[in-house]
Design a protein around this ligand. Structure first.
Ligand SMILES: Cc1cc2nc3c(=O)[nH]c(=O)nc-3n(C[C@H](O)[C@H](O)[C@H](O)COP(=O)(O)O)c2cc1C
Length: 383
């Protein structure tokens, strides 16, 4: 069972990912916030910086695309592959109205014909590129032969594994059987299911019954996502769905950055907590030369150091105080739940206009009793 850090736009940019990797173990893969596919085939400066190999630990960080047309998506996928990544995540779950109304993100789940056509073109195009760049000819012609050739391996021949991050539907669960049928037709490396409808965004509780239909019906590895905030949440899920390939954790990992490490310790009781590292780094000598957390540091001390380093990393990224504070405030939407009884103090952090004030106000909260994690469903909604 693998543990993934979920992509969160505005929260899990490269400073978060690299700082988390430096301070905590347990995460096997960090998924990057999405890059939008455009007909112009251009990327914003921030998107380029976020997937820049210099800012990432390539072996465990995965770029994500918010796909549009198949041809344009293939272009971005080739950029990702040639940058040296081995996986791309396709976002079929974004619930933002501006995205959904264009038939993108979770919007594409409404139109299963369009989804099937998109995936057909995509996997055919991947195979064609791997066979010498004859993409357009193949797209017009022998699609099914190309696809079945591609099915010989989960990564096709291009070396890029394609994972899909999906919802259980857009407006209802009526399409689940059709979605399963479509996903099963293509060589998808893993189907990662956020167990909510697109229309519910982040509201309500995940629909485990609907998720079970994916779990039972999908022939690819299946990853669960939604409201894992504690070891207890994880244990319950693991009992219900013992054959999951992975769980993906978003807000729960920001509220308790040690959560993945705790889960790995629960799964591997022989390994010492505090020394369970990502499957891609070796204790004591990581690929990026990171120092490992010391055995003597308490969980609370580790959080404070993580927070301080994260603030420095965002400042290094922007070189300006205002955007640094904005990024840190996003963290507090979730981390605040780990300091119960300090809601007023947490709200006060929002008044900070310069970094010195921010550090002082955040420090006041960080020095209070730390109760890592949050109860499921207690996170603010509205992103
Ligand atoms: C602020 C925010 C930003 C998000 N950005 C992305 C994103 O860029 N790509 C994506 O696939 N999902 C995104 N998500 C969804 C999360 O990856 C995840 O599916 C969702 O939060 C449910 O998991 P959780 O309960 O563990 O947080 C975002 C969620 C939030 C709250």
């Amino acid at each position: 069972m693998k543990i993934y850090s979920a992509p969160m736009q505005g929260v899990t940019g490269w400073p978060f990912r690299m700082t988390h990797l430096k301070h905590y173990g347990g995460v096997d893969r960090y998924y990057m916030p999405f890059i939008s596919v455009h007909q112009t085939r251009a990327m914003k400066g921030g998107e380029k910086r976020d997937m820049d190999p210099a800012h990432n630990e390539m072996s465990c960080m995965v770029p994500q695309l918010l796909p549009a047309g198949a041809e344009d998506t293939l272009f971005y996928m080739e950029m990702i592959r040639s940058a040296g990544y081995d996986e791309v995540s396709l976002n079929l779950g974004c619930p933002a109205r501006t995205v959904v109304t264009k038939g993108k993100g979770a919007g594409i789940l409404e139109d299963t014909g369009k989804l099937d056509e998109f995936l057909e073109h995509l996997f055919t195009g991947m195979e064609a590129e791997a066979c010498g760049g004859a993409g357009s000819r193949l797209l017009e012609g022998a699609q099914s032969e190309a696809r079945s050739a591609c099915e010989t391996s989960q990564s096709g021949r291009s070396g890029l594994r394609v994972t899909i991050k999906t919802r259980i539907g857009m407006n209802s669960t009526d399409q689940i059987d059709e979605l399963i049928r479509i996903y099963n037709r293509y060589p998808i490396a893993e189907v990662q299911v956020h167990a909510r409808l697109g229309k519910d965004a982040y509201n309500g509780i995940p629909d485990k019954e609907a998720f079970r239909r994916f779990y039972d019906g999908i022939i690819h590895p299946v990853c669960y996502n939604g409201d894992i905030c504690s070891i207890e949440d994880f244990r319950k899920l693991h009992e219900e769905f013992p054959d999951l390939s992975a769980v993906m954790i978003g807000r729960g990992l920001v509220a308790d950055p040690m959560l993945a490490e705790k889960i790995q310790a629960d799964l591997n009781p022989d390994m010492q907590q505090g020394h369970i590292q990502s499957g891609h780094t070796q204790p004591g000598h990581t690929q990026s030369g990171h120092t490992q957390p010391s055995r003597v540091q308490s969980e609370h001390e580790r959080l404070i150091r993580f927070h301080d380093d994260l603030c420095n990393a965002w400042y290094e990224c922007y070189g300006q105080e205002h955007p640094t504070i904005c990024r840190m405030l996003e963290i507090w939407d979730y981390l605040g739940a780990s300091f119960p009884g300090n809601e007023r103090k947490v709200r006060k952090i929002r008044k900070a206009r310069d970094l010195q004030t921010y550090r002082q106000l955040a420090g006041e909260v960080l020095n209070q009793d730390y109760c890592p994690g949050a109860k499921s469903g207690s996170f603010p909604v509205g992103h």
